[in-house]
Design a protein around this ligand. Sequence first.
Ligand code: PLP
Length: 450
Amino acid sequence: TTTTVLEDVVSVPKMAPFDYSPPPYTGPTVDEIFNKRKQFLSPSMLYFYNKPLNIVHGKMQYLFDESGRRYLDAFGGIATVSCGHCHPEVVDAIVNQTNKLQHSTILYFNHAIADFAESLTSKLPGDLKVVFFTNSGTEANELAMMMARLYTGSHDIISLRNAYHGNAAGTMGATAQCNWKFNIVQSGVHHALNPDPYRGIFGSDGKMYAKDVQDVIQFSTSGQVAAFISEAIQGVGGIIELAPSYLSTVYSSIKEAGGLCIADEVQTGFGRTGSHFWGFENQGVVPDIVTMAKGIGNGIPLGAVVTTPKIAEVLTRRNYFNTFGGNPVCSAAGLAVLRVIEKEKLQENAHAVGSYLKERLTALKDKHEIIGDVRGRGLMLGVELVSDRQQKTPAKVEILHLMDQIKGMGVLIGKGGFYGNVFRITPPLCFSREDADFLVDVMDYAISKM
Ligand code: PLP
């Protein structure tokens, strides 16, 4: 049969051994949890997989279900687990700080918060020296947009079509995919053409897309803008790396229109793109405001906005505050994350393993018609599936089948993009070459068997 022939060509991949077993699980069954979730939790996101997955334990690049089965985590809690699940140094930092002080308030002084702010700003270029802590990426972007509006006196913000910047009232305006928007008032945000090299009308010509931003300024605003906000590589949007030279041209137009440039580093920060610590550095620009979350805390709820002292001044005589922002436990975790990234050379690893993985995925594209595009940088890679390469028809159904097959072989992978047809590969940055090989072999096998 066809299957027999294929099995001769591609043998069932095996995960590398790992010297660790989680303690036995004694909690409720998957069905019991499913019923509770259905009854007591928000109805969104109930069905990521056809059969629910109960994750009870994590160790570095691996997750474990209730039976003790090990999975290679190629999604990293949605690009969040930077150092590895339950990294011992991060865990120790959290436990030590928890034993000393869990919470006071940012109104009192505490060195954990100040040390973290100092360390964080040392990673940023130019005059980006003032930190505001938040609890999430959405909040960070809300604050960044508000600061830009206060600073410039303009309300108009420009973001990119297909972007995801959060889901509160303001950031939902900047998010530009109908999948993530609700019909609520989202004023003052204008969307420019997405500089998407694969599907965009100007291909990889960053300068042509940048011209569209000038048109938006001229035709949709008063000519004065508050800010331009973008990711350097769109994550939720399907791992779309903005066309080369795009940001430098756009940043000039925005400055001319009196606006600020906001870099959303929620997914691209903390060494994930490999070649640089921040995503915006890949386009050779320096933003006025940088927002971050996800990888900053290795999974601890934490976000931040970093800006210049001059821009930060807009909040000086106003009451701006949030209860948990800069919580000492989160700060201790964040500080440990920065230490681990440096000590374990995780950015360098993201570069080396990511480049190797991208090469292997590109070779897979030559083998399988269903792969329309392979893209991204470091350990932030996308594989777009199409049922027709010429037409670029999104393979929306096929990807669901493949997700389940890949999970069946022990790999958890992300999915996204406007059509939901892009595999998102954003593992913990400790991902190894062997992990990369296993992931590609599993994808190869699953596609071959389809
Ligand atoms: N910005 C980007 C680029 C994101 O990917 C996300 C979340 O996926 C957000 C902002 C919102 O972050 P959070 O989910 O922490 O509110």
